[in-house]
Ligand binder design. Structure first.
Ligand code: DC
Length: 225
């Protein structure tokens, strides 16, 4: 059986994960969050005292860990050495180091088969930075989500505030987003790019529901083929 695959790429704060998750729920697809996989490996590197890009040490740590992704009630869980780390990987520290370790060829090679295999056994919608360009170049639908850096920073600040954090510095958040954009767009391997065949959706002045509806429309068109 051929399953539907939808690739969603875009920069940090473009609304990717929120929107992709909602689209997956509405369509009954699995939402594959590749960022969580990079975060989980980074979490493990930091736990082992590695905080610089050292390919030899990365390879050593990768060869000694057990990595697993499971879907429970269609929700993705990421395991390192049997421990579910899905919640622990959402810190600012892990975010910062993940875009550093995502440059490592060993890290990218380590994850690509897992990501491709997930698209073999279910209808999936997968988000990340290199999904349409590298992981699933033959995806049925390819979408590139973006928004202005100011709007993305505003959303991040709101996220932090909703988590109970006060006094979040908007300018600092904006600078951190810019730094992550730079790292993600300028690395040698699998940089963040919009492939020609991807449909661009600028979410700056759209509501979440408007983007969700637009994506569902695009996917439904292809489902009927
Ligand atoms: O989407 P996110 O914020 O959870 O992603 C965390 C980092 O992982 C991000 O800075 C870039 C990296 N990443 C990547 O390089 N390739 C992907 N497919 C997904 C994420």
């Amino acid at each position: 059986m051929k399953y539907m695959s939808v690739a969603v790429d875009g920069p940090a704060g473009s609304g990717k994960s929120t929107i992709t998750k909602m689209v997956a729920e509405k369509l009954g697809y699995n939402y594959v969050d590749t960022g969580a996989m990079y975060r989980a490996l980074t979490f493990n590197f930091l736990k082992n005292g590695l905080n610089e890009l050292n390919e030899e040490k990365i390879k050593f740590l990768l060869s000694n860990l057990k990595f697993n992704v499971k879907f429970i009630d269609r929700k993705q869980h990421v395991y390192i050495n049997e421990e579910d780390v899905s919640e622990k990987i959402r810190t600012a520290e892990v975010s910062k180091f993940t875009s550093l370790f995502a440059k490592s060829p060993a890290v990218r090679e380590f994850l690509i088969d897992t990501q491709r295999n997930l698209a073999e056994s279910n209808n999936i919608i997968m988000d990340g930075r290199d999904i349409a360009s590298v992981v699933l170049p033959n995806a049925d639908v390819k979408i590139f989500l973006t928004a202005s850096v100011e709007e993305r920073a505003r959303r991040r600040v709101l996220d932090f505030e909703n988590q109970g954090l006060t006094n979040v510095d908007y300018e600092k958040v904006k600078e951190e987003i810019k730094a992550r954009d730079y790292q993600d767009e300028n690395r040698d391997i699998a940089p963040l790019i919009k492939v020609e065949s991807a449909i661009l959706i600028d979410t700056t002045s759209l509501t979440i529901d408007q983007v969700v509806d637009e994506m569902i429309k695009l996917i439904k068109c292809k489902e009927n083929f």
